[in-house]
Design a protein. Structure first.
Length: 386
């Protein structure tokens, strides 16, 4: 088989890249190891930067997002039993963020894809960036896909990153993980609450007027079995408690999972005809929800670069892809690390470090300059559109 662009992975990165290329009349095949139901079920973050919404809308993939997405103009930082609003829109010249689950974006993009363009249950085993060629297994048979370019959108556990020789890896593990729950209960807040507490961080997010998404900082070796629903609600109530008696509504928990936190970047993001995008090239801890937004930003730039090659015969954007992306990646890496260390409780930290952290939190909520730094990074920077 032959195509112009072989895309590995049908996560948000691979699916959006396929869609953006299709709109430019560029042929692509998406190879995905899992089945469709699995891809459409995975629960992940759900906060979209303004630039991400703009890209999806401009690509004709924003119809349900516009109908069901919840636009937010601010967020709350809560610590010491009191909440402090960060006025995101006011501080950023009117920019907003939108709550819309990543799984819904995946469903929308799969539904928009022409029959046969995505091949589910097709596991890539080998990537040859020079030929270029991808070897995969479908229905137990080994096949090859020849192409002009390969897009490695196969996430953190994929195979394409290993096809970049002499790559440099930068990483950081954190002594925290997130226990995330999806609960059938109306949110107790209109805006997201990022809460710092001595017992650990907690986040109140939402999915709809009827569904809440909540997270608790736990230790990375924590077992899910140790967290029956009542313990989760009780711990959430303790961490979110305010001096003015705010109450947390509870209800049936539909799903729960523990996710480790890490920062990871591989450089460069290109070798020969292979281009990495999304989690295949970088991971951020979830505080600030940059993972999906960064993946969208990568493939938006990659689609423009690929289009320039086919439409204008110019490889300049492809040649500059890795260094341009890495500048944006490192901004998101720094912000995600910063939000994580600002808000989580490191139980091994000494008293001096704890005092510094509280001073930092107070500074962010009392200085317009500091709040603006948080706000402009949180709402994100414009993506390099196609
Ligand atoms: N062959 C084919 N497909 C593969 C292979 C392989 N060898 N290895 C992995 N995949 C598929 C996975 O099954 C998955 O569907 O690649 C896809 C990668 O998707 P994601 O992990 O969602 O990565 P990405 O599209 O980059 O999305 C980034 O996901 O982890 C979150 O926070 C992150 O929101 C961000 C987003
Ligand atoms: C989510 O809604 O899942 C979410 C929101 C904000 C974050 C992380 C996750 O920072």
């Amino acid at each position: 088989m032959r195509t112009q662009v072989a895309i590995i992975g049908a996560g948000p990165a691979g699916l959006l890249l396929s869609h953006l290329l299709e709109r430019r009349g560029i042929d692509a095949v998406v190879l995905e190891s899992r089945d469709r139901a699995h891809c459409e079920r995975r629960q992940r973050a759900g906060m979209l930067e303004q630039g991400t919404v703009d890209v999806l809308r401009a690509a004709g993939a924003g119809e349900r997002l516009d109908r069901e997405g919840l636009t937010h103009h601010g967020l709350e930082l809560r610590f010491g039993g009191a909440g402090h609003r960060i006025a995101l829109s006011e501080l950023t010249g009117g920019r907003t963020v939108t709550i819309y689950a990543q799984t819904e974006i995946v469903k929308d993009l799969i539904a928009l894809s022409p029959e046969g363009r995505i091949r589910f249950e097709a596991e890539v085993l080998e990537v040859d960036p020079a030929s270029p060629r991808v070897t995969y297994r479908e229905n137990g048979v080994l096949r090859t896909l020849d192409c002009d370019l390969v897009a490695g959108c196969d996430g953190f556990h994929g195979v394409s990153r290993a096809a970049v020789p002499r790559a440099k890896v930068f990483e950081r593990d954190y002594p925290f993980a997130w226990l995330g729950v999806l609960a059938d209960v109306p949110p107790s807040t209109e805006e997201l609450v990022y809460c710092h507490h001595d017992r650990g961080f907690a986040l109140h997010s939402l999915r709809s007027p009827e569904v809440s998404r909540l997270y608790l900082q736990v230790s990375p070796d924590e077992e899910l079995a140790a967290w029956p629903d009542e313990r989760i609600w009780s711990e959430l109530r303790t961490r979110f408690a305010t001096r003015d008696g705010w109450t947390l509504k509870d209800g049936p928990i539909r799903e729960k999972a523990i996710t480790p936190m890490r920062s990871f970047v591989t450089e460069p993001m290109r070798h020969d005809n292979l281009f990495l995008a999304g989690d295949a090239a970088h991971i951020v801890p979830p505080t600030g929800a940059k993972g999906l937004n960064l993946a969208v930003s990568d493939v938006t730039a990659l689609a423009s670069a690929i289009a320039a090659r086919y439409e204008e015969g110019s490889s300049a954007l492809l040649d500059g892809y890795s260094s341009a992306r890495l500048r944006r990646v490192w901004r998101a890496e720094h912000f995600s690390y910063w939000m994580t260390t600002l808000l989580h409780t490191d139980h091994s930290a000494d008293a001096f470090a704890r005092r510094l952290q509280l001073s930092h939190l107070e500074y962010v909520v009392s200085s317009k300059a500091a709040a603006t730094t948080l706000a402009e990074n949180y709402v994100g920077f414009a993506h390099d559109g196609p």
